[in-house]
Ligand binder design. Structure first.
Ligand code: B12
Ligand code: SF4
Length: 496
């Protein structure tokens, strides 16, 4: 069967920092190729709408699968699906990915028949099963599939992550993928899932609070297929288990593979497993993202981060001592006033790290979606991008954005600091020599993207599709004791 896999376009506010390859779709492509399908992949982060239309017209796919990891991409994907059905009425259209797994019925509804099925959960198992079911019109029977007939059987977890290493050759325009100064950058996955349960996050509810890994052999095999010198490790929390990180490191040392790495981890994990991070530093680990989220005890408790300001500060010291370039995330509560923004700005200026500010956003699939007692002020999917306030702000909304943008400017200064540093160390010059301009362009785009008037005016746009509001908060216990309603993949003890 001719199958076209499609990743939607990048979100404007993220694109200035990074643009990464669609790893999930590349893995699904491998699974579909193994079943003998003729598979193509188009990533609209790096190709335009005209390219997509040309691909559909030329390839005439019998099935089109959209990736919907991000809620803000829902309207775009629904409209693309409707367009596909008008030009190829016989084509089966399906969608899968992180966010759509939590709003499957709503998305089918918005599409009004243009999306035949939403596949919840991991796609490496679901997509091949769905493709196999198309000729018999048995899609509703596929585990994880939600169709016009309603939800069917629960999704099945992949037996081994070693199977279906990403089909990177299908993408094209790989030089467009970058993260900060790491330009170009490929992505790899060593582990999947997260055993913590932060209240604002859906990584744990998607994977049923499980945590799995690729074998060190498969992880290294995948790395050897990566041509780029820079690698972003997509794991939610890198090197949770020190021994696993050591095993991969050992193999890389043996095979003398050295690249530049960017990873994300928790402060407590960095402290607990300092040695493994030091070893990876020697192998090329250069950039680290630490999700601090809050600066005070109370904030950390509210987010159920299960860590303390003391641990966080200590971790920053350790990372500095290792000579890593660290980026930190802080979550801005819409309740912040001028004084709180000023405090955060002051703090951000006092630390050498790059500080990133995102706005607290209750997403479907998170606990805060159910427990957040403040009423959502908008149901426009496009505003659920952690750069807009979707909860009531204490300050007038425009004022809130002014403060946010002013704070983002601190961030910009940090970035410009990094740029200046990069320039002095010759990184930018070397990138330009190699024709890599993503990072340089990003520096200039910054002021254009972060703009209070624009962010404010985006709330006034007409919304074609609206998110269904969460159930009345009162109907939901404050801290759901039985969290099974949140899970996409059921936790191990419930599975089966
Ligand atoms: C790596 C990552 C990123 C990378 C993006 C990589 C990329 N090109 O997509 C970067 C760093 C760029 C990123 C940025 C952001 N991210 Co992010 N990210 C992740 C993370 C940690 C892992 C995703 C990943 O690559 N996994 C590995 C691959 C192999 O899996 P996958 O892509 O999920 O695909 C699997 C399934 O989803 C499914 N699937 C995917 N597509 C399809 C398609 C079909 C047809 C089917 C059937 C199945 C299917 O099958 C795949 C294989 O099993 C997740 C958390 C998580 N654990 O999922 C958050 C997560 C997805 N991100 C999140 C957020 C909020 C963001 C940002 C908005 C945050 C920010 N601070 O700016 C930005 C927006 C990015 C954008 N699109 O512009 C939220 C999503 C919230 C939401 N509901 O929308 C998540 C869930 C984290 C969280 N805190 O809850 N992110
Ligand atoms: S925020 Fe990080 S540590 Fe917390 S549940 Fe999500 S992935 Fe895990």
């Amino acid at each position: 069967m001719r199958v076209l896999l499609v990743h939607p376009s990048a979100l404007m506010y993220s694109e200035i920092f990074l643009r990464l390859e669609p790893l999930g779709l590349e893995r699904i492509a491998t699974a579909a190729l193994a079943d003998g399908h003729d598979v193509r992949l188009i990533d609209l982060q790096v190709y335009g709408r005209a390219d997509f239309e040309r691909e559909v017209a030329g390839f005439r796919p019998e099935a089109v699968g959209f990736s919907l990891n991000y809620l803000a991409n829902v309207p775009e994907v629904v409209n693309l699906a409707k367009w596909v059905k008008t030009v190829l009425p016989g084509c089966t259209v399906f969608a899968g990915g992180h966010s759509v797994s939590f709003v499957a019925e709503e998305v089918l509804d918005h599409a009004g028949g243009a999306i035949d099925a939403v596949l919840k959960g991991e796609g490496e198992t679901g997509a091949p099963a769905l493709l196999a079911a198309i000729p018999d019109k048995a899609m509703a029977e596929v585990p994880g599939a939600v169709t016009a007939d309603g939800p069917g059987r629960p999704p099945v977890m992949l037996h081994s992550l070693d199977d279906h290493l990403p089909a990177r050759h299908l993408g094209g325009r790989r030089r467009k993928y970058f993260i900060g100064v790491m330009d170009p950058a490929a992505s790899v996955e060593f582990t999947r899932g997260c055993p913590w349960d932060c209240s604002f996050c859906s990584a744990w509810t998607f994977y049923g609070r499980s945590y799995r890994r690729l074998s060190p052999q498969a992880a290294v095999e995948d790395l050897t297929r990566v041509a780029e010198p820079g690698v972003f490790i997509v794991d939610d929390v890198a090197f949770i288990k020190a021994e696993e990180g050591h095993e991969i490191a050992r193999e890389l040392e043996r095979r003398r593979i050295r690249k530049e790495y960017y990873l994300e981890t928790r402060c407590d994990v960095l402290l607990r497993n300092e040695e493994v991070f030091r070893r990876w530093r020697r192998l090329g680990l250069t950039y680290m993202f630490l999700g601090l989220e809050a600066l005070d005890e109370e904030g950390l408790r509210q987010f159920r981060k299960r860590t303390t300001p003391k641990v966080n500060n200590k971790a920053l010291e350790v990372a500095r001592d290792m000579g890593l370039m660290v980026a930190i995330n802080i979550i801005a509560d819409p309740d912040w006033d001028e004084a709180r923004f000023a405090f955060v700005r002051e703090w951000a200026m006092s630390v050498p790290e790059i500080v990133n500010i995102t706005v607290q956003t209750p997403y479907p699939g998170t606990e805060t979606w159910l427990t957040e007692s403040r009423k959502l002020t908008t149901l426009d999917y496009r505003l659920f991008d952690v750069q807009h306030a979707v909860l009531p702000t204490r300050l007038p909304l425009h004022r809130f954005y002014e403060e946010l943008v002013k704070t983002q400017a601190v961030l910009a200064r940090k970035h410009l600091g990094v740029a200046a540093l990069a320039e002095t160390t010759g990184i930018v010059a070397r990138q330009l020599l190699r024709g890599q301009t993503n990072f340089v362009k990003m520096i200039w785009k910054f002021n254009k993207v972060y703009n209070a008037d624009r962010q404010h005016s985006e709330h006034q746009r007409d919304a074609e599709y609206l998110l269904s509001p969460p159930q009345e908060a009162a109907a939901v216990p404050a801290a759901p004791r039985d969290r099974q309603d949140l899970y996409v993949h059921a936790p191990a003890r419930r599975r089966g």
